[in-house]
Design a protein around this ligand. Sequence first.
Ligand SMILES: NC(=O)c1ccc[n+]([C@@H]2O[C@H](COP(=O)([O-])OP(=O)(O)OC[C@H]3O[C@@H](n4cnc5c(N)ncnc54)[C@H](O)[C@@H]3O)[C@@H](O)[C@H]2O)c1
Length: 291
Amino acid sequence: MDITSIGVVGAGQMGNGIAHVMALAGYEVLLNDINQDALDAAVARIDKNLERQVSREKVSAEDKAAAMSRISTTLELPALGRTDLVIEAATEREEIKHQIFDTLKPHLGPDTILTSNTSSISITRLASRTDRPERFMGFHFMNPVPVMQLVELIRGIATDEPTYQTCLGIVNKLEKTAASAEDFPAFIVNRILIPMINEACYTLYEGVGNVASIDNAMKLGANHPMGPLELADFIGLDTCLAIMNVLHDGLADTKYRPCPLLTKYVEAGWLGRKVKRGFYDYRGDVPVPTR
Ligand SMILES: NC(=O)c1ccc[n+]([C@@H]2O[C@H](COP(=O)([O-])OP(=O)(O)OC[C@H]3O[C@@H](n4cnc5c(N)ncnc54)[C@H](O)[C@@H]3O)[C@@H](O)[C@H]2O)c1
């Protein structure tokens, strides 16, 4: 299917990044949120991030201006019904996502493709509530969207081949790389990455190493650009714990049990960089390990 316009629901960290890369690739973007401040902040952020790309000579000033002119915003979700493809990137709560697809339903064109950027909710379950499970997919971008090369494409049980090929065509046009994943908890990247982080937490919990030795060991011994605990702080410890719980509940295997120390950090509100404290304390000039 020929896609020219894209509706993005949710103008948070992911929604603004998705709008940015889509507009730069030539798509008309209609960005929706329930909050006008979020829409204004998203447009300001896209402008700033594009300007950074201009200053690094990755994007020309003309291309930046053209991309900005392709982005419009609306508080009216039904307005997205006239787009060719909708990417839902609202808050990670299943009832919110169901409500969004329910509201859109009477306004959608017959061929509009629906997708969700969810990190963990079943694509098959989201699709089953819509009138078009065969034209529904997971379209999972990585954070930050303009920087990260990968997009996971997740087929629900009913997703048809033309829908998959259409989404793959968009990923190619974005000059990103697709990894196709079946619809099982946490898909590919988080299925592998988050248990590794959880294991790093167990390594710390059991006293095998301290924060610095665990991160240094994985940076120098496995050539990871960031240590697993540093990375956990970057992702957010609440997010890491939520994904472990999705794996534990969805796969019912004790190997996915969340580390009690990870739970304790989350209960303490030590969620990582966003609150300036997690496995490291970021309140000073340099991050200081908390263990
Ligand atoms: N943050 C990440 O690293 C990351 C990575 C990949 C995927 N995701 C997924 O992307 C989605 C969004 O995550 P985020 O980090 O951008 O969240 P966020 O909190 O930054 O933004 C969510 C936005 O959704 C808006 N919203 C809430 N309810 C809405 C509704 N009914 N209609 C329209 N907008 C609504 C909120 O106002 C907010 O602006 C989630 O499904 C998340 O799992 C996040």
